[in-house]
Design a protein around this ligand. Structure first.
Ligand code: BES
Ligand code: MN
Ligand code: ZN
Length: 513
């Protein structure tokens, strides 16, 4: 991964391949047209204060996502200036939005693939900006190359270039504890988020439930938390009918993984539950071609929970965090669950399976009930649960549902704070009726309209009485099938990781749950 440093050096004397600067769209009242953002004063001065005009001549406007390259002015050691758009210039007394900095840093880091070193001269007004730029660089420089012939060996991307080697953040103070702390947090969270992207991108023939469980065990040893793995035998014995039902069709047997991070001084307990379908073929209700090519991403919720627990452990947060990964592969076979089967769930409730492609809610039901047995202060589950949520909110926004309005709003606020677009969705009671079964306590299918909300209502049935709970449906943002944007690559995105880490931090300081 790209090495990050804080630097007080002057831009002109820096030995680097490029200097990254920010440009914005000036507000009409102050300065119409492109403006050069703070941090790039030295570069602008070397252009005789005419940098904005030069960039406009090259077609730059300051729009978000825009990238313009130009040769450095005389006297600069770095040969190249890379100007990245920050969107609208903030008001007179406001700072640049951290998310705009994060995205711009990501765009620049991706464009600088193959370079050894770059200096980032973006507007820095404090530790928040340092953290955002650091995250943007590390997340934007990511690429998944483990499967290429030489990828794992030389760390080179498909175009034969290695990711940006080093980024020096100018304006960062290497001796300031708050700056150092913000950078260290950004490095930890970004490393774990990138690892979760690796897991999502890993082909499903390699990442079986068993392999996923083994990866968590290795991480636990390294970072000092506990892992307990229930294998198929233990799951049958324990009565986990949901997980066993869904995993029954695959030669790769299911697992329920419990990750426990404990802080000796903690008095609060946050439980995180992740959907971990390592491949979702739909099962006997098989998905048609065109709907299954990306379904290796159906474990993105479990990957996010894993990344959040490891981050909490590495950051030493003063909170107990338990992660539950419900791992199974949904495949059709002679031993697969059939439409019409009734499963006895871990909670004791029975569920008639009317569509084997509505499998996520079945594995989550068992994991939610297991999590509830410890009576945590709050439970948050994360799942690529429904296509309906993608239709409702698009591919960049996740839905938040839950049984407590204040908690749901707090989760939304945390998501916005870390730069993850999210929206609150209701759980309308009238939709439950469609999920009544002729033969069992309930069925796993509701009506088609509002399918994402019915899935949430189904999950609610398996949350212990009186426990605060939120459900994040990340089916849209978990996997990017389009081109890269901001700090988001193609493929696995690491959606919800930063929100979960923030929730753990807020729980630690008693502001949540
Ligand atoms: N894993 C899918 C949901 C999904 C869709 C994730 C698109 C990512 C992108 C889930 O298991 C599923 O198949 N849901 C069905 C439920 C339906 C059968 C009630 C769906 O949304 O169509
Ligand atoms: Mn499915
Ligand atoms: Zn699924």
């Amino acid at each position: 991964m790209t090495a990050l440093t804080l630097s007080t050096a002057a831009a002109a004397g820096l030995r680097a391949d490029a200097i990254v600067i920010g440009v914005a769209k000036g507000t009409a009242s102050r300065s119409a047209g492109l403006v050069v953002a703070p941090g790039a004063e030295a570069v602008d001065a070397a252009y005789d204060g005419k940098l904005a005009g030069v960039l406009e001549t090259l077609g730059a406007s300051g729009a978000e996502g825009e990238l313009t390259k130009l040769p450095s002015p005389a006297g600069f050691k770095a040969p190249l200036v890379v100007a990245v758009g920050l969107g609208d210039e903030p008001g007179k007394d406001d700072a640049y939005d951290p998310e705009a900095l994060r995205r711009a840093a990501g765009v620049a880091a991706r464009a600088l693939t193959g370079s050894k070193k770059a200096a980032f001269a973006l507007p820095v007004d404090g530790p928040g900006a340092i953290g955002a730029i650091g995250e943007g660089v590390l997340l934007g420089a990511y690429s998944y190359d483990a499967q290429r012939e030489n990828g794992a060996k030389n760390g080179k991307a498909k175009n034969g270039k290695a990711p940006l080697g080093e980024a020096a953040l100018l304006g960062g103070k290497p001796r300031d504890a708050a700056h150092k702390g913000a950078l260290a947090r950004a490095v930890t969270v970004s490393e774990e988020l990138n690892r979760s992207r690796d897991l999502i991108n890993m082909p499903p023939n390699d990442l079986t439930p068993e392999a996923f469980a083994a990866i968590t065990q290795a991480a636990a040893k390294e970072h000092g938390f506990k892992v307990q793995v229930l294998d198929d035998k233990a799951l049958v014995k324990g009565g986990y009918g949901g997980i066993m039902g869904v995993g029954g069709g695959s030669a790769a047997t299911p697992r329920l993984v419990k990750l426990s991070y404990k802080h000796p001084k903690a008095d609060r307990h946050l439980a995180l539950v992740g959907k971990g379908i390592t491949y979702d073929s739909g099962g006997i209700s098989l998905k048609p071609a065109g709907h299954n090519e990306t379904m290796k991403c159906d474990m993105a919720g479990a990957a996010a929970v894993f990344a959040a627990v490891v981050s909490a452990a590495r950051l030493g947060l003063e909170v107990n965090v338990t992660g539950w990964l419900a791992l199974a592969e949904n495949m059709p076979s002679g031993s697969a669950v059939r439409p019409g089967d009734v499963l006895r769930m871990y909670s004791g409730k029975t569920v008639e399976v009317l569509n084997t492609d509505a499998e996520g809610r079945l594995v989550l039901a068992d994991a939610l009930w297991a999590a509830s047995q410890e009576n945590p202060d709050a439970i948050v589950d994360v799942a690529t649960l429904t296509g309906a949520m993608v239709l409702a909110l698009g591919t960049r926004t996740f839905g938040i549902m839950g049984n407590d309005e204040a908690f749901r709003a707090a989760v939304h606020e945390a998501a916005e704070e870390v730069g993850e677009p999210a929206w609150q969705m209701p759980l309308p009671e009238h939709l439950r009726k469609a999920g009544e079964s002729q033969v069992a306590d309930l069925s796993n299918m509701g009506e088609r309209m509002g399918g994402g909300l019915f899935a949430g209502l189904f999950l609610r049935e398996f949350v212990g009485e009186g426990i605060t709970w939120a459900h994040l449906d990340i089916a849209g943002p978990a996997f990017n099938e389009g081109g890269p944007f901001g700090y988001t690559p193609k493929g696995g995105t690491g959606s919800a990781v930063r929100t979960l880490v923030r929730l753990a931090e807020l729980t630690a300081c008693g502001e949540l749950g």
